[in-house]
Design a protein around this ligand. Structure first.
Ligand code: PLP
Length: 452
C-alpha cells in the first residue's frame, strides 16, 4: 500500500447552529480536469498561473441564452460585448455562433473590424467616440448609439459633410427602481432628455433613427428592472411611431445580467440565488409582448449580454507558494495569482478548488497573492482543506473582465489557452516577457549610462 501523506491534526471549536459539526465546507472534490484535460498537465506545459477557457462552455452559454430568448420572442440578436473579454479567439467563437459585435471605443471598433465583422453588424456604444471613430462608423454603416448631445451634433456635422445617412440610435437611461441609477450614460427618459434627442434626430435628414438602446447596470440581480426598462423603451418606440409615423427596427436592452458568481457579502452562493438567463428573458420578452406593439410589428430585440455568457467558461490555475500563520493565529496561503490578474476578486468571493485530492479537514484561510502589496488578497476568508507548497488550485468564474482589466503590475501577465471541443489545447494569448514591455520604452540619451 502506498504510504499516506501525513497531515497534522487540527483541534477546532465546534460552533452550534452550523449546518454540520464540521462547519461550512466549500469543497468536496478536487478539480483535477477541465474539459477532460488534466490541470497538472496544463500547468506543466503552459506555466503557472494560467488562464484556461473552455470553448464548449462558451458555445453552450450562448446557445442556452439564444434558446431562452428565441423560444419567447420572434426576433432576437445577440451582440458580443467586447470589453467583457476581447480576446480574438473568444470574440470569434461568439461571431461563429451568430453574435454581432458591441464595442465602446475606437480600439474595440478596430478589433471587431480586424475580426472580420461587417461594419453594419457593429454596435458602437460609449461616451468617447472621436471624430475619426465616427467617420469610420458612418462610412461602414455601423449602428451608432449616441450618448450625449455633443456627439449628436458631431454625427450630424460629419454625416452632412460625408453625404451619408448615419444609422443611429440613442442610449436611454431611466428609473427602473434600482439605485443608484445609471444616469451618466445616454439621455434620461423621465426628464424629457430622451425625447429632446429623438426630436433632433427625427428633424434631421442626415440621420436615420434605427433603434433605441439602454444598458441599465451590471451584475443586475433583479429581472423586474429589465421589465420596467423594456416597458419604457416600448413606450418611446410607440411614441415615435405615433408622432412621426416612423418605425424603429430594434430595441437593444444592453447587458448586465448577473453571472453565477458570488458577490462579496452575499450569504448564499450565486448559483443558488442569482437569477438565470431564463428569468431575464421572461421579464424582457413579456414586457415587450405585453406592450402596445402590434404582434407583427414587434421590433428586433438586441442583447449585449457579456459576463453571464463568459464568466463560468474560464478558469485561473495557480500554485501554492507558501503557507504561514498570521499573528492572530489564522492560516494564510500565498498563491502565485495576484489581484493584478484577478481584478474581480475585489468584488467577488471566487470559488477556489484544490486541483489534487485532499482529506476532509478544513480550516479558515486567508488567500493572498504574490504581490508586494497589502491589498493583494484573493479571499479574505475561505474554508479550505490543507494545501502545501507546490499544490495547485483552480479558481472558477473568471472569464468576465479579468482578461481585459488585468494589469501588468509587479508580475507579467500569464498565458491564456483555450480547450476546443475535441480537447485540443490552443495558446490564444502568449505570456508577456520583458522584451515585449521594453519595446514600448525609450531611454533619453543622457540616461543611458551610469556608474555606481
Ligand atoms: C459593459 C456593457 C455591456 C456588457 O455588460 P455585462 O454586464 O458584461 O453583461 C453591454 N452593453 C454596454 C453598453 C456596456 O457598456
Amino acid at each position: 500500500m502506498e504510504k499516506q501523506r501525513y497531515e497534522r491534526p487540527i483541534i477546532k471549536k465546534l460552533e452550534s447552529n452550523m449546518p454540520n459539526k464540521f462547519g461550512m465546507r466549500t469543497e468536496y472534490r478536487p478539480m483535477t480536469h477541465i474539459d477532460n484535460v488534466g490541470v497538472k498537465d496544463l500547468i506543466n506545459e503552459h506555466g503557472s498561473p494560467l488562464f484556461v477557457i473552455s470553448e464548449k462552455s462558451v458555445r453552450d452559454n450562448i446557445r442556452n441564452a439564444r434558446k431562452a430568448f428565441e423560444t419567447r420572442y420572434p426576433k432576437v440578436q445577440f451582440a458580443w460585448s467586447y470589453k467583457t473579454n476581447y480576446l480574438d479567439a473568444v470574440c470569434r467563437t461568439f461571431h461563429q455562433e451568430g453574435s454581432w459585435a458591441e464595442v465602446v471605443s475606437g480600439f474595440e471598433y478596430d478589433k471587431a473590424i480586424h475580426n472580420g465583422v461587417d461594419g453594419s453588424k457593429i454596435i458602437f456604444n460609449g461616451p468617447d467616440k472621436t471624430e475619426d471613430d465616427l467617420e469610420k462608423a458612418i462610412k461602414n454603416n455601423s449602428l451608432i448609439h449616441i450618448d450625449h448631445l455633443d456627439e449628436l451634433y458631431t454625427v450630424r456635422k460629419l454625416a452632412e459633410r460625408m453625404d451619408i445617412k448615419a444609422q443611429v440610435a440613442i442610449r436611454v437611461n431611466m428609473d427602473t427602481g434600482i439605485y443608484p441609477m445609471w444616469d451618466r450614460f445616454g439621455f434620461n427618459y423621465e426628464n424629457g432628455q430622451a425625447w429632446d434627442a429623438l426630436n433632433k434626430i427625427m428633424r434631421s435628414d442626415v440621420m436615420e433613427l434605427v433603434g433605441l438602446h439602454t444598458h441599465i447596470g451590471t451584475f443586475m440581480l433583479s429581472p423586474n428592472a429589465y421589465a420596467v426598462a423594456a416597458g419604457k423603451m416600448a413606450d418611446l418606440a410607440i411614441g415615435i411611431r405615433d408622432k412621426y409615423g416612423h418605425e424603429i427596427q430594434y430595441i437593444d436592452m444592453g447587458g448586465g445580467f448577473a453571472s453565477q458568481n458570488n458577490l462579496k457579502g452575499a450569504y448564499l452562493p450565486g448559483t443558488d440565488i442569482n437569477p438565470t438567463i431564463d428569468d431575464f428573458a421572461e421579464a424582457i420578452t413579456s414586457a415587450l409582448i405585453n406592450s402596445n406593439f402590434k404582434p407583427e410589428k414587434l421590433p428586433l430585440l438586441i442583447l449585449e449580454t457579456g459576463r453571464a455568457l463568459i464568466d463560468d467558461a474560464a478558469y485561473l490555475l495557480g500554485t501554492v507558494i507558501s503557507n504561514k500563520r498570521l499573528s492572530d493565529g489564522r492560516r494564510s496561503t500565498i498563491l502565485d495569482i495576484g489581484v493584478n490578474v484577478l481584478f474581480t476578486s475585489f468584488w467577488y468571493d471566487h470559488k477556489i478548488t484544490p486541483a489534487q485530492p485532499f482529506t476532509q479537514h478544513t480550516e479558515d484561510t486567508v488567500v493572498y497573492g504574490p504581490l508586494c502589496m497589502n491589498i493583494d488578497v484573493i479571499r479574505e476568508n475561505i474554508s479550505l482543506p490543507l494545501l502545501n507548497k507546490g499544490d495547485h488550485v483552480v479558481i472558477q468564474n473568471v472569464g468576465a473582465y479579468n482578461m481585459t482589466q488585468w494589469m501588468q503590475f509587479i508580475t507579467l501577465r500569464p498565458r491564456i489557452v483555450m480547450i476546443d471541443l475535441e480537447g485540443n489545447v490552443h495558446v490564444v494569448r502568449e505570456r508577456e516577457n520583458l522584451q515585449r514591455l521594453l519595446e514600448f520604452e525609450k531611454v533619453p540619451e543622457h540616461l543611458k549610462t551610469f556608474e555606481l
